[in-house]
Design a protein around this ligand. Structure first.
Ligand SMILES: Nc1ncnc2c1ncn2[C@@H]1O[C@H](COP(=O)(O)OP(=O)(O)OP(=O)(O)O)[C@@H](O)[C@H]1O
Ligand SMILES: [Mg+2]
Length: 509
């Protein structure tokens, strides 16, 4: 390699501008990517990260600014063209076709980049099944619909890796992955980088950036702020650059001793679901935030979905404020005030193409109706009021949810939940894909709810979050509650031990 190719960046962006109507998503940003480096792009929700990636991938045309690949100016007109130029892109949102197989999804995404008119299907098949087995033994013949969200995310990654790219963009790839899957991905990233492939890595998790990336660039409000060598900086410095202020409290204060109450809001007794969980019993007391910890697949989401009758054939009893409920479906659950915030924002959380206001009122449109028809004015008022309380950043509430950044979409999902004045909320991964500033806000909102007497149950795969937010944590393993931690007993080690010890015992016997 000559000195020249070493110093010319593989990708260089200068003064790039992109607006969506009045929203100035990128206000003249610069960016530079070296050959074989893993370069993190950090910034709060709405900072413009995904927008820039969509420009690089030819999905969005910039208003002005220049893109250079290997020193040559280029105009990337489409994703197909980006693919031909060797750019691979794993999008922030999963966009697979659910009703066809994993292999077919991968084939559909490949455009013919060879010089012959024929596609090398054999080659693609060999390569994709090799990659899928590396990533976590996913059957290429399985229907995408049958896969978990984390497996679907792995298929998205496999799709990009099947193409021989020289520049790989990963937009929050680990938001839906388990810790183990994420580690496999990091291994693959390092392997690719060692082969000279350049990677742009977007994540809100500082640990990931600091463990895996060479440099980090920070955007704030559509502007370029800085680029730093990871080895020469600290997570605190990156976060300050992102938010332009110091975030002192990621977690609000917990329930004080004198605030503890004996009043039981929710009492769950012997809840069972044939294949998924059994004998689940616990009480949720007034003012407390109760966490559910466990490995992915342990049954945490299934349990809370069972309580709300979202899925499964559930037996056992649920008492709300001492009264036994007889729920048959989720509609009845909402009417009683038991509301579930889905971990799958896109799948069953929100209607992305619909307006923010319509999403917020979706659980109970009667509230915003007048004389039997939906009143747009009331709907708008409700969305604006809840949006304000959550500090939602949007142009106006008539915008489609798809136009919002990930963190702001999550706030819409929370507003939707709050619109029905819930008695108990089940929050499944409430801050997934949410930036640090918004995360702190969501934690504050959750604590406010508990203080106001709403029962709060939180599921999170991020242990620091569970420990930081909850007053008490139940550990679920293989569909059963196997432990409880509170106070100073709430440590990552202790929770991990309770969440996984079952397997160790089995091996021992
Ligand atoms: N199609 C669109 N129409 C209108 N506005 C948009 C559109 N796409 C993005 N925006 C706006 O552009 C800004 C930048 O959004 P972008 O998705 O790039 O943020 P991000 O940095 O990727 O955030 P996150 O971390 O939440 O994913 C936001 O204000 C967003 O609302
Ligand atoms: Mg984004």
């Amino acid at each position: 390699m000559s000195a020249d190719t070493d110093t010319v960046p593989i990708l260089k962006i200068t003064n790039l501008v992109k607006s969506f109507g009045p929203i100035r998503a990128l206000r003249g940003v610069d960016f530079e990517l070296r050959r074989g480096e893993i370069h993190a792009l950090a910034g709060e929700n709405g900072a413009g990260k995904s927008t820039l990636m969509n420009v690089i991938d030819g999905i969005l045309a910039p208003d002005s600014g220049e893109i250079f690949l290997d020193g040559e100016p280029v105009t990337i007109k489409s994703s197909a063209m980006a693919q031909r130029l060797g750019i691979g892109f794993v999008h922030q949102e999963i966009a697979l076709c659910p009703d066809v197989t994993v292999a077919e999804n991968i084939f559909m995404s490949v455009t013919n980049t060879s010089r012959t008119p024929l596609m090398d299907y054999r080659g693609i098949e060999r390569k994709s099944s090799e990659i899928l087995s590396q990533l976590g033994e996913i059957d290429p013949a399985a229907l995408v619909r049958s896969l978990s969200i984390s497996q679907q995310q792995l298929v998205e990654i496999a799709k990009a890796l099947t193409l021989d790219c020289r520049l790989l963009i990963l937009d929050e790839p680990t938001a839906a992955l388990t810790e183990r899957e994420a580690q496999i991905l990091f291994g693959i990233m390092r392997h690719l980088a060692a082969r000279g492939i350049s990677i742009i890595y977007i994540s809100h998790r500082m640990v990931e950036i600091f463990e895996n990336c060479d440099r980090v660039t920070v955007f704030r409000d559509g502007q370029y702020i800085t680029t730093m060598n990871v080895a020469d900086t600290t997570p605190g410095a990156v976060v300050s650059a992102m938010v332009g202020r110091v975030i002192d409290n990621l977690y609000p204060p917990k329930q004080a001793e004198h605030q503890k109450s004996d009043e039981v809001i929710l009492d769950v007794r012997n809840l069972c679901e044939v294949r998924r969980f059994r004998d689940v019993s616990f009480q949720l007391r007034k003012g407390e935030i109760l966490g559910l910890a466990g490995l992915i697949g342990a049954g945490r989401s299934e349990i809370v979905k069972g309580i709300c009758r979202l899925e499964g054939q559930v037996s056992g009893d649920v008492f709300l404020h001492g009264r036994k409920l007889d729920l048959k479906n989720y509609g009845q659950s909402i009417a009683e005030g038991l509301v579930y915030l889905s971990e799958d924002r896109k799948g069953d959380g929100l209607f992305l193409d619909m307006a923010i206001a319509a999403n917020v009122s979706a659980l109970d449109v009667a509230q915003v109706a007048a004389g039997g028809i939906i009143s747009e004015r009331r709907e708008t008022e409700q969305a604006e009021r809840l949006g304000r309380s959550l500090n939602l950043k949007c142009g106006h509430v008539g915008q489609p949810v798809s136009a919002l950044s990930g963190g702001n979409q999550q706030k819409v999902a929370i507003a939707k939940m709050l619109s029905v004045s819930p008695k108990v909320v089940f929050l499944d991964e409430p801050t997934r894909g949410v930036d640090v500033g918004a995360k702190a806000e969501i934690h504050r909102i959750v604590r406010d709810l508990a203080n106001r007497g709403v029962g709060v149950i939180v599921i999170s795969s991020e242990l620091p979050e569970l420990i930081g937010v909850c007053d008490r944590v139940l550990v679920v393993r293989e569909g059963q509650i196997t432990g409880e931690v509170t106070g100073i007993g709430m440590t990552e080690d202790r929770i991990m031990y309770l969440a996984s010890i079952g397997e160790e015992q089995r091996q021992a016997s």
